[in-house]
Design a protein around this ligand. Structure first.
Ligand code: SF4
Ligand code: SF4
Length: 320
């Protein structure tokens, strides 16, 4: 393995260890790119080692289907824990092979999961900066759009010979070819959760329980389905029948639904409603607790008063 490859860290969010390889030019969807990657390039699979590939929920969903194994087995065999985007949000990245520090899915013939390869592998070498991901929303949690917030850039590393190939396309064409557009759509709301957490910084605390829920929903859709259908979840939230039917059968729909649920529970986004009767019951419960504490205070006050009176009476008797 070359030195350049070892010093490189690639994530879906962009370069982490080698920012000098980012070409400092802002590109649009119509900008041209001369690049091609195929088994004939000298560097074939050189970019599949010494890297950090953070997995999105959609990546995990596709890879577990491809490998036909449950999420917990996939997580155990092929991933290791990481924190997302220097936040305290837990996630997973591909666990590189101990013997050669390469991706577990790479062989000399190429990627064995190519059509289901993770988003980060598809983006390379075109990065995208999306300033909207910080989650600018109004007080009700609705998205606020303000014109063009995205641009693209090229990550150009010495070991990558794809730039010497004679194929030219626009960024738009290249992204469509790599299936990046579909991935962007699938990852969008999840990435926003991470970027919102990042923009909040460490001032806002997130409970351990909330982090566990984020991890579970992000990595194991089967367990999240159990949580939805085998707990009091559907009794608590107002979810229309059509959505219930969709998320029961369709993993992708359930994944997209989980992002909404996380936005509501982690950041208070007004995207899911608790049933009115549940809200009423909660208010009644709080009121009952308050009433009980008022009664308890009155009782304690009366006891204290009685005690004081008793002591006063005793003092008067002694002074006689
Ligand atoms: S998943 Fe495939 S493309 Fe991505 S790093 Fe592994 S072998 Fe390379
Ligand atoms: S051309 Fe670039 S992307 Fe393709 S295998 Fe070589 S290093 Fe990887």
């Amino acid at each position: 393995m070359t030195k350049e490859v070892e010093s490189t860290t690639k994530t879906i969010f962009g370069k982490e260890k080698n920012p000098s390889s980012i070409v400092p030019v802002k590109l649009t969807l119509d900008s041209k790119l001369k690049f091609r990657c195929h088994p004939g390039v000298r560097c074939f699979t050189a970019c599949c080692g010494g890297i950090k590939i953070v997995l999105t929920p959609y990546d995990i969903l596709q890879l577990t289907k491809r490998l036909d194994i449950p999420a917990y087995e996939f997580l155990h065999k092929y991933t290791q824990p990481t924190y997302l985007e220097k936040t305290d949000m837990p996630g997973v990245m591909l666990k590189l092979r101990e013997e050669d520090n390469k991706c577990p899915f790479v062989t000399p013939e190429g990627c064995t999961v190519y059509t289901d390869r993770p988003s980060a592998c598809r983006y390379y070498p075109v990065g995208m900066a999306d300033f909207h991901e910080g989650g600018s929303r109004d007080a009700d949690g609705n998205e606020q759009t303000s014109g063009e917030e995205k641009f693209f850039f090229i990550v150009r590393e010495d070991h990558c010979k794809g730039f010497e190939e004679d194929k030219e396309w626009t960024i738009r064409e290249w992204r469509a070819d790599q299936g990046v557009d579909v991935r962007d759509e699938m990852n969008k709301e999840w990435l926003r959760l991470v970027m919102r957490r990042k923009s909040f910084g460490h001032q806002a605390t997130l409970s351990e329980q909330a982090k566990r829920m984020f991890f579970m929903a992000s990595t194991d859709i089967a367990t999240f389905r159990k949580f939805v259908f085998e707990s009091s979840f559907l009794d608590t939230y107002e979810i229309d029948e059509e959505t219930v039917a969709k998320i029961k059968e369709d993993d992708v729909e359930l994944m997209l639904f989980s992002f909404k649920y996380l936005a509501a529970t982690l950041f208070g986004a007004q995207v899911m409603k608790i049933k009115p009767e549940k809200v009423k019951a909660k208010i009644a419960e709080i009121k009952m607790r308050q009433d009980e504490s008022v009664l308890q205070s009155i009782k304690e006050y009366e006891e204290l008063k009685a005690e004081t009176e008793r002591k006063k009476a005793e003092t008067r008797v002694e002074n006689k």
